[in-house]
Each structure stands twice: as C-alpha cells, then as structure tokens.
Ligand binder design. Structure first.
Ligand code: MLC
Ligand code: AMP
Length: 512
C-alpha cells in the first residue's frame, strides 16, 4: 500500500490544532460538551477495543443504537481500526434485523440494552462473535469495555478501495441489498462537498438528522469534521429547539419534511436565521412551494442536492453565486469530478431537456452490492455507468431535474419504502389474498404509504388490525398510514395491477 487512504485519518488531519476546543455540544437541557481531544481519545479507545477482539480482516460491525455522540465515535472508531461499519435504522424490527445480520454476517453487533435479548439471540445464531450494548445515556457494555483500553491508537492504513461501510438499501424485488462504500468513495465526496459548499472557518453545523443513512452519517458529519467545525447535536429533530439554536449556527441540513415542519413555526424568521450561511435539503424531492416559502420567510435560498446510498452525492445546486444560481425544483448540476447523464430506453444519451434515465459515474460510485455480483452487474451499463433508477432531464446549463423514478419506490419523510416489501408482508397476513402498495402526496412526509388489500374468500380483514400487525413486523415508517380493503385490484389487459389508477384514486387522501 503506497498511501494511507483511511477516511478517519483524513478527518483527523482536519481537527483544529487546539484539541481542547468544543467539537460537539449536545442540544439537551443539560448539554454535554465534547472536545476534539474527546473525539480523538474516545475513538482510540473504541478502535483499540475492536482490535483486541482479533476480528478477521474486513469484519463488519453492525450497529442499531439511538443517536448519540458515542454512536458517532463508534462509527469513527470502526473506520480508524479499518473495519466495515454497518448502520441500522432504529425503526427496524426483528425480522428486518434478522435479515441484515444473516446477510452481512457481522463479527460484532452493537445494540441498545433494551433490545439486547432478541438482538443477541439473532446475532449469536448467525455466528456473530461479540454483542455489545450502547445506550444514549452513555451506559452499556461497549463503553465499559472500551474504557479499559489505551486512548492512543494509530489509524490502520487503508487503500482507497477498501470498504468503509455497507448501507442496506431496499430492493425493487426481493430483499435489501448492501451497498458497499469504500474509504475512497466517502472521502472523495466529502472533499468535493467541502469545497463546493464553501465550508469556512467558524462554520457551525446543526446536526438534527439520524446517523444511520447517507445524509446524517456521511454528508453532515463528514462536512463538519473535515472542516474542523463544531456541531450542535440533536438526538432527534425538534423544530422549536432547532430554531432556538439557529443564531449560534451557520449550516443546517435536512430532508424536506424538516423544512416543512420548520415553516410551521412562527419563530422561524429572518432574524432567527441572520447568522446562517447555508440550508441544504435532499434525500427526497422538495416542493417548489416549500423552497419559495422558505426564501420568503427567512431570506435564505435552500440549496437542494441529490444523493443515493450507492453514490453518496451526485449533484448539487451551487453554493457560490459564481457557480450559478440555486434553482428550486432542480437538484443542480453534477458535482465536480462526478459524471451524470440521462439516457433513453435504448441507452443512448438524451439531448438537453429531454427526459430519460439518470446514470452516474465517478469516484463516489460504490463498489457493488454485498455478495450480489449479478445484481451489481445488472445495475451498471457496459461502459461503467451506474443506473440510479431515477428519471429526469438535464438542461443546457447542466442542471438536473428529477421528474420521477423507474424504480417502484416511495420516499416518506426522507426514508425509502419499497412497495414490493410491504406487499409481501401484507400478503402473508391472515385474511389477505393480495395487495398493492402506493405512495400518495402527504403534506408532512411528502409521500405517504397507502395499501389497497383484497380479502381472501370468506375473510373480512380489518384495516386497523392489519396496520397494528404490520407495526410488529416492519419499521414504523414503512407501515401504511391507511389500508383500504377492496374486492379486487384494477388490472390492465396484461393482468398487471394499475398502480397509477390507484394513486389517482387516493391522491387527495391527505389533502395533498
Ligand atoms: C416517523 N414516522 C414516519 C416517518 N418518520 N412515517 C412516515 N415516514 C417517516 N419518515 C411515523 C412513525 O411511524 C410514528 O407513527 C410517527 O411518525 C411518530 O414517530 P417519530 O419517530 O416520533 O417521528 P418523528 O421523530 O417526527 O420523525 C419524522 C422525521 C424522521 C421526519 C424527523 O422520519 C426523520 O428523521 N427523517 C429523516 C430521514 C433521513 O435522514 N433520510 C436520509 C436518507 S439518506 P405511529 O403511527 O407509530 O405513531 C438518502 C440519500 C440522500 O436518502 O440523498 O441523502
Ligand atoms: P437512498 O437509497 O435512501 O439513498 O435514496 C436515494 C434516492 O433518494 C434517490 O435515488 C432519489 O430517488 C431520492 N433522492 C435523493 N435526493 C433527492 C432529491 N434532492 N430530490 C429528489 N429525490 C431525491
């Protein structure tokens, strides 16, 4: 290995010289202050603990814990020790966790003490050697064990294409796929964003997103760390509390639902945002009316960008006016060094302004799906472009507009929901013959999940009871907000369920 491309080493190199400055302040009634030295020492102790376990090279460390600074340190420690981080949404239920652990075969699982009983049973039966607990009050076996280790540690050298993380992303058919991201993928993207978004000395980030997906884990934390910037750390998004801290901050990142909720607060004013430099939105489409209402109220033009678990960030509206204006309803041009193109059904590039399939190529594009070489091959073109599954157009200035998706995907409050997975779960419930799951406009979540269900002959399933049953089986954000029991699903001449028709029928359901 010629050069150490460990992402942690690059982040640490950006720590301020004065390690006693505050790196993270929690937004609690009784705040905790973590200095850069605390991050350095805490991640060293955790990395030493991981190394002491004699794990195999490339070992996966699966983590399902509440958001906390210690959970962030665990992520950084996994990078530091050269292992592979596997974050899991806290909403995932037993059968979902069983699948992820069975598929990824992690050597270490970290969970909350509340879930230790069932998680450890699943993990040990899948061959996991170590299960630790970590709670959001800093208790649990992980930190107890880490405290016994040295607070000095030399980051393990990694090559740019060594794996840093696996992010599970649902599939259009079948089960979730693990997107394998390398140190090089993450670092190249973080560096491009640092430059393109003009991170500057004195920037302070309000971190209010979960840390188990690309947006909160990578885009937000890498941005702040690579700039040596302080974070104000919210364990969960609370619009009133966020607004109260805006005067101390300069950067905020959110999914559109967060902006919708901020706009509901009268306290969101120009004065409250006077010190802010940048508001970033992404992970789901932002309505132009939200974009405009925010500008009207605060004087700030939200910067919308476009990303994916498989590619981190692909495009972004400009930050610096010399790079162009921020246009609502678009996700901006391809980031520097990233190639984005739109092709027709035959794979030929579309002329400017024409709608087609969005494809991407660049140092940000992942290494493939974990243990799914055929699926990986299917998602790349012969000339090496990744098929995003999004549909859009690129105008003459290079601005990308996403107009839809060729993948059957619902994005609710920034979380992805694949109808096939929900339909499969519904169809297994007693009394259900078949089902169709659709997304309809929702004023808060952007899209809401709705299910249309056909009863088995002789059964009369109750919609509310089906919803309750689903809550015990799948993550709460995937559970349909409404279930309709019907006698049959509309089908076309080929026998395919006409989801478009169902979407039209239900589109006013939430006043959208
Ligand atoms: C919560 N609920 C949701 C939901 N979140 N329902 C639909 N969609 C969602 N996203 C439901 C729960 O099931 C529960 O229902 C009720 O709302 C209250 O739960 P909660 O946990 O208290 O909700 P809340 O804290 O208000 O969460 C809403 C939210 C959260 C918007 C803050 O969903 C969130 O943090 N979203 C951000 C997701 C994100 O980070 N995405 C980035 C992906 S990365 P009930 O019935 O049980 O009461 C990516 C790539 C990229 O896409 O480009 O960035
Ligand atoms: P995920 O698999 O969770 O990483 O979600 C990635 C998907 O989110 C993309 O393929 C897009 O469909 C969607 N997405 C991300 N950012 C945006 C955005 N700014 N506008 C519209 N859709 C977006």
């Amino acid at each position: 290995m010629t050069q150490n491309a460990n992402l942690f080493s690059a982040l640490r190199a950006a720590f301020p010289t004065d390690l006693d400055r505050v790196a993270i302040e929690t937004a609690d009634a009784e705040p905790l202050y973590y200095t850069w030295r605390d991050l350095e020492r805490g991640t060293a102790m955790l990395a030493n603990l991981l190394e002491s376990l004699a794990l195999p090279p490339g070992a996966r460390i699966a983590v399902q814990t509440e958001k906390s600074v210690e959970a962030l340190m665990l992520y950084l420690a996994v990078l530091r020790a050269g292992f592979v981080y596997l974050p899991l949404n806290t909403a995932y239920q037993r059968s979902e966790i069983e699948y992820f652990i069975g598929n990824a075969e992690p050597s270490v699982v970290v969970c909350t003490s509340k879930n230790f009983g069932w998680v450890s049973r699943i993990a040990f039966s899948a061959g996991t050697a170590h299960v630790f607990t970590l709670d959001d009050d800093r208790s649990g076996s992980l930190l107890q064990r880490a405290a016994l280790h040295s607070d000095r540690h030399t980051p393990v050298p990694r090559a740019a294409d060594d794996l840093a993380a696996i992010l599970y992303t649902s599939g259009t058919t079948g089960r979730s796929k693990g997107a394998m991201l390398s140190h090089g993928n993450l670092l190249s993207n973080a560096r491009v964003l640092k430059q393109y978004w003009g991170w500057q000395p004195g920037d302070v980030l309000i971190h209010a997103l979960p840390i188990f997906h690309v947006h909160g884990l990578f885009v937000a934390t890498h941005g702040a760390l690579l700039n040596g910037s302080k974070m104000i750390w919210f364990s969960r998004f609370d619009p009133k509390a966020v607004i109260a801290r805006l005067p101390e901050a300069t950067v905020f990142m959110g999914v559109p639902t967060l902006y919708v909720r901020l706009l509901h607060e009268a306290a969101l004013t120009r004065a409250a945002c006077a010190r802010m430099r940048l508001f970033v939105s992404g992970s789901a489409p932002m309505l132009v009316e939200t974009f405009e209402a925010f500008r009207e109220r605060t004087g700030h033009t939200i910067l919308e960008r476009y990303g994916m678990s498989e590619t981190v960030m692909l495009t972004s509206n400009p930050c610096d006016p010399k790079d162009g204006e921020r246009r609502g309803g678009t996700v901006g041009p391809a980031l520097p060094g990233v190639g984005v193109r739109v092709v027709d059904d035959a794979g030929a590039p579309c002329p400017a302004g024409e709608i087609g399939h969005i494809q991407v190529r660049g140092p940000n594009v992942f290494q493939g799906y974990w243990r799914m070489p055929e699926k990986t091959a299917e998602e790349f073109t012969a000339d090496g472009w990744f098929k995003t599954g999004d549909v859009g157009r690129i105008d003459a200035q290079g601005y990308v507009t996403i107009v839809g998706r060729s993948k059957d995907l619902i994005i609710s409050g920034g979380y992805n929901v694949y109808p096939a997975e929900i339909e499969g779960t519904l169809n297994d419930l007693a009394g259900v013959a078949e089902s169709a799951v659709i997304g309809v406009p929702h004023p808060d979540f952007g899209e809401a999940v709705v299910a249309v269900v056909v009863a088995r002959p002789g059964s009369t399933p109750d919609a509310a009871a089906l919803i309750d049953e689903l809550k015990s089986k799948i993550a709460n954000f995937k559970v349909p907000k409404r279930v309709f029991v019907v006698t049959e699903l509309p089908r076309n001449a080929m026998g395919k369920v006409q989801k478009k028709l169902l979407r039209e029928q239900h589109q006013g359901l939430f006043g959208g």
